[in-house]
Design a protein around this ligand. Sequence first.
Ligand code: PHE
Length: 480
Amino acid sequence: MYALRCSVTSVLRGGVQTGPPILAMAATLQMSLAAPKAFGKPSDLGKSVSSLGAARLGATELKLVSIGAGVVSSCSSVRVQRQNLGLGVERLRGGFTTAATASAVEVGGSTISRDDVVREDDPTNNVPDSVFTKIGMQLHTRDDHPLGILKNTIYEYFDESFPELFKKFDNLAPIVSVKANFDDVLTPPDHVSRSYNDTYYVDANTVLRCHTSAHQAEMLRAGHTHFLVTGDVYRRDAIDATHYPVFHQMEGFRVFTPEEWEAAGSSDGTAYAAQDLKKTLEGLARRLFGEVEMRWVDCYFPFTEPSYELEIFFQGKWLEVLGCGVTEQAILKNNGRDGTVAWAFGLGLERLAMVLFDIPDIRLFWTNDSRFTSQFKSGQLGTKFKAYSKYPPCYKDISFWISEQFTENNLCEVVRGIAGDLAEEVVLIDEFTNPKKGLTSHCYRIAYRSMERSLTDEEINELQSQVREQVQTKLNVTLR
Ligand code: PHE
């Protein structure tokens, strides 16, 4: 799932990030070697486990103990508290809200207050203020914004190809239950995407959705059989030109009845759906990119089988466009559509918009600078972005001895929390282990750059000194 990724500022707080999900932590006990990285790619056990535990290892709340190849989590006194925000399936109605300093945002007629979403001293919560401020921005509903232009083009494609068939939702609140985000789409209990290292938890049972698939089950239960859901999704991640903790996805879903595949002379619903899925998405790719070479790559998602990624050959390389597949029967069965077959796809809007509009850095989608916003017009897909300024980046290195619970995502949260959108990239440039001391050193290079102005040395030095300070206090590492 993280394959479709594309990218706020963040704050780590109150000591090292802490928190469960305790259940998921306990489940690491059984984490298998085949644990897939996120929903898509396999990763090694060690990394998954260390990120799971490390992400929120609390000084007092959680203890991680290594045992052989695996890791066992033991917890003492973790406060796992259910906070019902009452935001489940509500619609966002009122356009976008800029929330830079607001203590609450209006989302679909309900109010999401900062105090409910950002709770620094609650170990079950890891949402930084800077991520809260993105909730309700609704970039994808701005018709003159590259994300809105792209979304509207995809909508048009579906409307023209299947008049009045697909219902569109782009105002569903991004705060969803763990059940909706993970369980309902069959994400295994030990899946790394459930970790506090990868996902923003509002509390132990509530997350900022990390994919629009979080709405599949509720849509089915509400009786929808053909739908497109577009919205902001949230993931803790690296800092670079294509990753930002908030990005946008569109989910597509289509249910077929036996009559439909039988009328087409098919006795195999799954094969029929897979074929229809491919045809539909190839048509979409042509609509967006023109006559390009395409290929289907087998992959894995917990919620589809078979699962595929569509790649196109564009500007000299293979580009992954989306993930999709034939929906697992259990999802249909559990949500009132037993006996049917369905397909689903999910695509990352930033990823495609960066290519289609030549937008070099994901942070640009969030700027209000008119030199950016004035370049795009409703209905004009593919206008090439002209860089209005290119201020030089400033690089600062930081080296430290890591501890067992160190993760790069946590480092990136510290950097974003301090530098915000001035942080352009954080790259590991050197790593070694001192066998005598048994310690591992990491050296990261942080690139600071503003899209709008040149930064002064003083400003950058101040940011870097705060990073140095917080890295020690919050990440439990030793500066070298
Ligand atoms: N939810 C997946 C992701 O975020 C994408 C996907 C959606 C894949 C639907 C298959 C079906 O990467």
